[in-house]
Write a protein that binds this ligand. Structure first.
Ligand SMILES: [Zn+2]
Length: 393
């Protein structure tokens, strides 16, 4: 079922009447006696637009009829209006795909594997054996030369015999040769069977820019922009670079060098911060260890777990002490039981006792054991009592 309205990109308004209608889950589905809206197929998305100023929410084919979905019922007379900017956007990219794929097929024997129209950038996957930036530049140059030559894109309805005379591509066993055929040709460049909407001649593509490429298992994936998408792409990226260059107070082309410099500075700062942290814990450990008791209890707040752990191990590594330290973290807490290796205490046994009573998670070894759970005054009191008992033994 080929809709001849799709032959003309600019066929974006139509007056028609209602054929039938039904309501499904508060949405109105309508079939009209004619339609100009493109229905998603062949890798091209459906048109967007309005019917009597009602937004077209969805469009689909069921039993050879095109159903239009709107929020509210449509009444006769019916006026359809296609969102032209969106139609142009996707037709430019689709037509660009015809042009670039043909050049890759014929000049480089790279088969078309996949193509995709993305919102920011588009993609094709081609069966290149090898690919580099020079080859892409050459293809880009050829594509843009054809665009400047403004070769027409001609839509026709050939017989199977006429079509077979022109195509060399294998359409596969699944291709239905009995349906009405629609050909899309760019004279001297491309001949294809395709039911999508195309621009009338190559100048409407405006320009093609290949962005990058990457190896896949089947060939190479190439990202590109064309037409309106090319201009949108430049603007979006310019805006980001402009903001970044303002934040860094640097020219746009120097952003990368500036970021590398920032990373290096951050690395050096982190390293010197760690040195100062260790110095602080050395002083803190000395102060805590000045307590004459062998076993010490202490409670901390306002510290992250990593620093807390560093603090605990600084004390037990350098002083002949055993500790039960609690770090309070809002309603929760982290408990460390640790000891100097000269002491007989089994930190894992002590921690296990506390963990069982107060439902803490975690564990460790005879040197250091730790874990977390809910904070309570009972837990603090319990740990204090343990320390008193350890010092008495
Ligand atoms: Zn096409």
């Amino acid at each position: 079922m080929l809709n001849k309205h799709y032959d003309n990109l600019f066929d974006v308004e139509l007056d028609t009447t209602i054929k039938k209608t039904k309501t499904i889950e508060h949405q109105v589905h309508t079939v009209f006696n004619d339609t100009i809206f493109y229905v998603k197929s062949g890798g091209m998305e459906s048109d967007r637009g309005w019917i009597n100023n009602e937004e077209l929410i969805d469009i689909y084919v069921e039993d050879q009829e095109v159903w239009h979905v709107t929020s509210n019922p449509i009444e006769n007379p019916v006026h359809m209006q296609v969102d032209f900017n969106y139609r142009l956007f996707k037709s430019q990219i689709h037509s660009a795909q015809h042009l670039m794929c043909t050049i890759m097929n014929t000049d480089y024997h790279a088969k078309t594997i996949m193509f995709k129209t993305g919102e920011i950038e588009s993609e094709i996957e081609m069966g290149f054996e090898s690919l580099n930036r020079e080859i892409l530049n050459e293809i880009e140059r050829k594509c843009n030369q054809h665009i400047r030559e403004d070769v027409p894109i001609i839509i026709a309805y050939p017989t199977k015999e006429e079509a077979l005379k022109n195509i060399w591509e294998d359409y596969g066993d699944d291709f239905d040769w009995d349906t009405q055929l629609r050909s899309v040709s760019i004279p001297g460049i491309d001949y294809d069977l395709c039911a999508c909407i195309h621009v009338p001649s190559l100048r409407f593509i405006q320009g093609i820019k290949f962005l990058g490429y990457e190896k896949t298992t089947r060939g190479f994936k190439i990202s590109f922009v064309a037409g309106t998408q090319l201009f949108d792409y430049i603007q979006k990226h310019y805006d980001v670079f402009h903001e970044a260059s303002k934040s860094l107070a640097i020219a746009q082309l120097e952003i990368n060098d500036s970021i590398q410099k920032l990373f290096q500075e951050k690395k050096e700062l982190t390293s010197s911060l760690n040195d100062y942290k260790q110095k602080y814990f050395d002083y803190l450990a000395k102060d805590i260890a000045s307590d004459p008791s062998t076993y010490i209890f202490k409670e901390f707040t306002d510290m992250d777990i990593k620093s807390f752990q560093q603090c605990c191990s600084t004390i037990t590594n350098h002083y002949e002490k055993g500790i039960i330290f609690i770090l309070k973290l809002d309603e929760k807490c982290h408990v460390v039981v640790s000891k100097n290796k000269a002491l007989p205490l089994l930190a894992n046994e002590v921690f296990k006792g506390i963990a069982t009573t107060f439902e803490l998670k975690g564990g460790g070894n005879p040197g250091i054991s730790q874990g977390g759970g809910m904070y309570s005054n009972e837990l603090v009191e319990h740990c204090k009592q343990l320390i008193v008992k350890m010092n008495e033994d």
